[in-house]
Design a protein around this ligand. Sequence first.
Ligand SMILES: [Zn+2]
Ligand SMILES: [Zn+2]
Length: 574
Amino acid sequence: MENLALKVSEIFNNIAQILELNNDNPFRIRAYLKAASAVEPLGPSLEGLIKEDRLETIPGVGKDLSEKIKEIANSGKLKFYEDLRKTIPEGVLELLKIPSLGPKTVKLLYSKLNIKNIQELEQAARSGKLLTLEGIKEKTVSNILAGIEILKKGRERISLAKALSVAQVFLDELTKKLKIQKIIAAGSLRRMQETVRDIDILLISKKPRQAIDTFTKAKGVKRILASGDTKASILNDEDIQIDLRVVPLKSFGAALLYFTGSKNFNIKLRQLAGKLQLTINEYGVFSLKDKNKFVAGRSEAEIFKVLGLEYVEPELRQDWGEVELAQKHDLPQLIHLSDIKGDLHVHSNYSDGAYSILEMVQACRLKGYEYVAITDHSQSLKIARGLSKKELINKKLEIDKLNKKFSPFRILYATEVDIDSDGNMDYPDSVLAEFDVVVAAIHTGFKQTKQQLTRRLIKACQNKYINIIAHPTGRLWQVRDAYEIDLDEILKVAKQTNTALEINSFPDRLDLNDINCRQAKLAGVKVCINTDSHDIRHLDFMHLGVATARRGWLSKTDCLNALSLDKLLKELSK
Ligand SMILES: [Zn+2]
Ligand SMILES: [Zn+2]
């Protein structure tokens, strides 16, 4: 689903950046920035304002900008922006995508050193040439190089959420147009790895040629890389590579196993097969004792059985010891999406959410949840419209009223309280004591030392009103890597204080990650899988967090919000 408000705000932000590069009027630049930040949180209500012709009620949006918003809504494009882009070399605009590099620095690089693309920037940074510029210090250079790395990584791999949605488009189209017995996306996507290099689709069809043709002519195909009788590769319009293989019914399980990976997991299986006088490949399992006779291949379950293994869920196939446990039929019972009983990190329009508490509650009830915690930001987080103590009173009253109406569904009065740079909470204990649930998070001061950041999180765990630490490592896909913390140290304290760590399901966070989840489980610390929704549609991200938990070997007993309401309330009061 496309979010018009996000698109408009992105275009306005880009316009402001280009205007800045062009030394345009500062007032004009600020006008675009202001409108961008006013439009962004509107979410779907922007469409409503367009219909009612009330765009000019948005702060900072006058006649000119309201016309521009309408043009974007109608055509998906803005002519003014397209023309403006042509005033600056494409490579220079690319530079703006490097995290930590603002338009002021880009302007300096472009005008003083004639740096026109990322390659030239990297060279200049490595050769020390950047240091000749005024205001550029060693630290700036190392930040620029780190930013280039993050950007490059993002180019090579796509996020899981993106890959899932791209794959779905092709799965839907092929299913619609072909008579298909089976179709599935394999690869790291099926293992729900947090990033994916390319997408592998397998299907069974009696007419392979027709399947290949349909695939290579599908909507969104930009270039055909290869096309044969049973397989083809294409690039879609976003330069994502998608491979299709048509496999025979008899080999479907073997092909699925093979193309799901991981590589190390497959190696383990081959070794195991060898010990049993079998060989395994993408066509099946064959007997070495009996002239390579076909033994199994139709389904994965059949193959695992022949190898003497319990079925290994795709998310576990990482060679983290799961094969050994599968031999003993002792794999963990992984958590399922249907085990989730509620969401304990959701924003309403009291802070920076796009919807009212009532609307968020109704969406959660439709999901079959028993409860939701409305965790708006705390007072100091001004950019996210954090709540003052006075506003909290109104919020509490509204929640009390809604709870009467929707019982037994329970709305938990909650907050996402900011942890300041010294590890103190942004509300005093007297205020924190009033909440049903308190989620604590770091939103500023990421550049502190490992010790400082660790201490802040430990102090938060030690505050008896804090139930959950949100997005504990702070990483943001393509913006910043996880900050350095001593997770083992934090887990030790969290275990003592009965504090849960969050798996934030937002697609560009997935924080904790799979490895961290495993660590939490070993330390006996509970996780809480939340969406951090700022929009009704974000509630759907829950499955990404659950997948991360599954990759980290977690069961429902490891997860705070797999508890029923009664048990949750008991746990929170401990
Ligand atoms: Zn947050
Ligand atoms: Zn949040």
